[in-house]
Design a protein. Structure first.
Lengths: 712, 160
């Protein structure tokens, strides 16, 4: 077989099996004597549990609850605040109270419907403003507040000085909504007991996270739990920490029942009772002197729901991206994660960056129009460059290629001609957004927290990659095999990469944070280089550990230093035509350029770009998920609408190379980057077409109507 | 006792004797172990459970099995080893249409229906043809391109 090179076009390893319907997702797996589990959840957003009335349970049927937990009722994500089963009180609608488990799903549904729970209801805090004002009483009485987590970073002069010297301060508030992942495969897991171990088959991004999170429920060593990732039908962050919630409850049940137990959410459960993207409220105050920005103050609130999950880290990323791709002389950026009585929010592609990037891009557009200049020309003055001081007092380490990328996109889209031709309010509009995404964990997190390992095993002429990183649709199985094969000088067909099993692979860290290619890919490249030197030694293993480049300090206590060693960079341009009678918006063109270091596989990157941009356009235009009084109003795919093949046109895409010294073959992360900008470009275009201003998304026709009314 | 439900499934005559109100999708997946058809939404919105019934694309999650008496059904398992099925699957693999894959068997069925009716579809006709199949990963462009590829590479098959 021929030697695979990085530039080769290869077929994805999983494509045929998936297209033939042969790939086994959790829902497709069956075991002898299989039992089923359904979650019994709270139906009030905040209150005390007074009584749980159970119907008589037939033989072989169980109600599993907090009483069945032998050790601690806590899941360990970042903190240990998320309870496996609520007892005594509930904090949000959909909180797990118990599981009904047994052999017949019809009987289980009937039993579940007959469980009656009495509550003493309390007033919930639902929105960010509710949380700030401690509606219903503070969630954290010891602090007398609902603030779950907070941070700030500052650069330059104090903002009161900057404001005092300014000609004017442009202030506005921009909000972003919930977003549901809608991975086509819902959350699902199976627990079994095999050879004295608790074994899970899970649709999950991070097998090692699950193990760490749930072991404390039984107070057992990690090694007594085995997580086997099943083919995972999309995740987008929705299966980063949330599988812990399913697997934790199943572990408690498995400890009692010791038979295979399967739990598959239906779409209504997945829509209403799973984690979401954080809604945000961003208050920006920008000082302007002589037509130039002299300082930016940002106060950012994220709605974290009732438990912390990953929110503190999400908030940090939000704050670190709150200046966008711009260098401002003075900045003060503060973030507060607000607790509310709503389903906890967690990771979703972009991990906190899309909210603030949308806000700063839209804010910059609004300032430009206020000053009467073209938004793109206005933004270009502030584009950050290599060596610039960042908002965390670190530096931009790499060369920034945004000017070249903007040249490509303005030319391809004919931006400057259209900007002149499409006068404000003429019914046509074109918008552009510029964005970035810091690769991998913030600061020295890869070294201090993750400590990733990768192992290669050589047997004859075949090599097996043993890492905990997962394929969830993003193409990593193909990219990583390609890196390995190209480095070894063998064919990609001679490299195996089995689905992770925590008892067999080493922990390469979570499949999150756009870190897999950049960090794990580099580890595999290094291991393969070592293996190549010893290739003739017969069968052997090579294991390597992450090493952080020296000279890039980061202080996690004060959030100062080099937050990211490398960013992905992006430009997205969107053109629209609007119907002024119905306020319907038709997108007529999409152009993007992304700098990702180097594309390991152009076809996979192309697919990521297309998909990320359409998700972002859905976020900006149509994906409406509202919470009223603690309940999500949208409950399924018929009322939470995501883009179809008819909603957006074919995209132009461009990949800008700029090899990254610490990535495999120069590659950086890109999975999240491609989500971070298109929604702002879309809103910019629609604003120009209607000659109006939007301070929130999404903007379906009914919301456009509202905005136009308010202007009149 | 229920009345028999008789239908042809992937070329074989079947007699189903159970509850006729069960969802066709459940019967396919659980009684006949045809797990290629997936449940994405359970309400006919997403198309992951798409199969072909008497030549038309349908969502098997909202059809009671009793309603297919006398019908001819094709699932992904029934087409994947045929000339047409292989043509689509090869094009999907070659052109990068597959990411997480959960929507793909349904998408392949939609493609099969489309190309049977229109062997040489335009981009617009392809987008209409798969508009009942939701994909959250790809943004559709590469799926559309792969369907064009299947039409071109399989021109002789689809024009038969």
């Amino acid at each position: 077989m021929s030697v695979t090179k990085i530039g080769d076009r290869v077929k994805r390893v999983d494509a045929v099996q998936k297209a033939r319907g042969e790939a086994k997702y959790v829902c497709d797996m069956t075991f002898d004597d299989m039992q089923y589990a359904y979650m019994v959840r709270s139906t009030v957003p905040r209150g005390k549990i007074l009584n749980i009335h159970l119907p008589e349970l037939p033989e072989g049927y169980y109600f599993i609850s907090a009483k069945d937990i032998p050790a601690k009722n806590e899941l360990w994500m970042i903190a240990k605040d998320w309870r496996c089963f609520a007892e005594d009180y509930v904090l949000y609608v959909g909180e797990t109270i118990g599981l009904v488990v047994g052999p017949d799903r019809g009987v289980l549904k009937d039993l579940k419907s007959k469980i009656v729970i009495d509550y003493e209801e309390q007033i919930p805090a639902v929105s960010i403003d509710d949380g700030i004002n401690c509606v219903g009483g503070p969630m954290f009485p010891e602090k007398n507040s609902n603030v779950m987590c907070e941070l700030f970073c500052e650069k330059g002069k104090p903002m009161d000085e900057v404001f005092a010297e300014a000609d004017e301060v442009f202030e506005e508030t921009i909000t972003t909504p919930y977003q549901e992942h809608v991975h086509l495969e819902t959350n699902s897991a199976i627990a079994t007991y095999e050879d004295g171990k608790f074994v899970f088959y899970a649709s999950a991004q991070c097998p090692f996270y699950i193990r760490k999170s749930i072991a404390g429920l039984l107070d057992i060593p990690y090694g007594d739990i085995i997580i086997r990732q099943a083919t995972t039908g999309g995740a987008f962050g929705g299966k980063e920490h949330f599988p812990d919630v399913l697997c934790g409850a199943l572990l408690v049940a498995e400890n009692v029942i010791r038979k295979p137990i399967k739990m598959v959410f239906d779409r209504e459960e997945d829509t209403q009772f799973s984690v979401k993207r954080h809604p945000s409220k961003c208050i920006y105050k920008t000082a302007i002197k002589d037509g130039k920005i002299t300082g930016v103050y940002g106060h950012i609130y994220y709605n974290c729901g009732a438990y912390l999950s990953s929110s503190y880290v999400v908030l940090q990323r939000g704050v670190f991206h709150a200046n966008g791709v711009y260098t401002f002389p003075n900045t003060y950026l503060k973030g507060e994660g607000i607790g509310t009585n709503t389903f906890p929010t967690c990771a979703f592609r972009g991990f906190g960056a899309p909210q603030t990037l949308f806000a700063i891009e839209t804010h910059m557009d609004h300032i430009a129009r206020h000053l009467g200049v073209d938004p793109l020309d206005f933004k270009k003055q502030y584009l950050c460059k290599q060596g610039d001081e960042t908002t965390t007092n670190g530096h931009i380490i790499e060369e920034v290629k945004l000017p070249e990328m903007l040249d490509v996109i303005t030319k391809e889209s004919d931006y400057y001609r259209k900007v002149k031709e499409y006068t404000p309010g003429c019914g046509k509009g074109i918008g552009i957004a510029i964005y970035n995404h810091g690769g991998a964990f913030t600061g020295n997190g890869e070294q201090a927290i993750i400590k990733a390992h990768s192992r290669l095993v050589k047997k004859g002429d075949r090599v097996t990659i043993l890492v905990g990183s997962t394929e969830m649709g993003q193409g990593f199985k193909t990219s990583l095999r390609k890196i390995c094969a190209a480095t070894l000088g063998i064919s990609i067909d001679d490299v195996d990469y089995p689905d992770p099993d925590t008892s067999k692979v080493v922990d390469s860290g979570p499949t999150a944070a756009s870190r897999s290619t950049m960090i794990v890919g580099k580890l595999v490249e290094r291991a393969a280089q070592q293996m190549k030197e010893r290739w003739d030694e017969g069968d052997f293993d090579v294991e390597v550990e992450y090493e952080h480049p020296e000279g890039y300090p980061w202080d996690q206590a004060t959030f100062r230093g080099d937050a990211y060693l490398g960013y992905g960079w992006g430009v997205a341009c969107v053109e629209v035509e609007v119907d002024k009678l119905t306020n319907e918006v038709k997108t007529t063109g999409i152009w993007s350029s992304h700098e990702i270091g180097k594309a390991i596989d152009e076809l996979i990157v192309h697919g990521q770009i297309n998909g990320g941009i359409i998700q972002s356009l859905g976020y900006g235009s149509m994906e409406k998920l509202e919470n009223r009084k603690g309940f999500f109003r949208q409950k399924s795919m018929s009322d939470y609408v995501i883009p179809t093949s008819m909603d957006f046109p074919k995209q132009f895409y461009h990949i800008q190379e700029n090899p990254y010294p610490w990535g495999p073959y120069g590659a950086k992360g890109m999975g999240e980057l491609v989500f971070n900008g298109a929604s702002a470009a879309f809103v910019d275009a629609v604003e120009r077409a209607f000659n109006t201003k939007f301070n929130s998304i999404p903007i379906p026709p009914e919301d456009i109507e509202e905005a136009l009314k308010n202007v009149q | 006792m229920y009345n028999d439900v008789r239908f042809k499934l992937n070329g074989k005559d079947m007699i189903y004797t159970g509850d006729p109100l069960r969802r066709l999708l459940d019967v396919l997946r659980e009684d006949y172990s045809l797990t290629g058809s997936k449940e994405g939404c359970g309400e006919g919105e997403c198309g992951a459970c798409s199969i072909v019934k008497d030549g038309e694309l349908v969502t098997s999650c909202i059809i009671p099995v009793g309603a297919v008496n006398g019908c001819e059904l094709l699932t992904i398992e029934g087409i994947r080893d045929t000339e047409k099925g292989k043509c689509i699957i090869d094009a999907y693999a070659e052109g990068g249409a597959v990411q997480c894959g959960f929507c793909i068997p349904g998408m392949v069925m939609a493609t099969y229906c489309l190309l049977n009716k229109n062997p040489n579809p335009s981009e617009e006709e392809i987008r209409v043809g798969i508009s009942g199949n939701i994909c959250r990963c790809t943004g559709y462009d590469l799926i559309v391109e792969c369907i064009r590829l299947a039409a071109e590479k399989g021109a002789s098959i689809w024009n038969k």
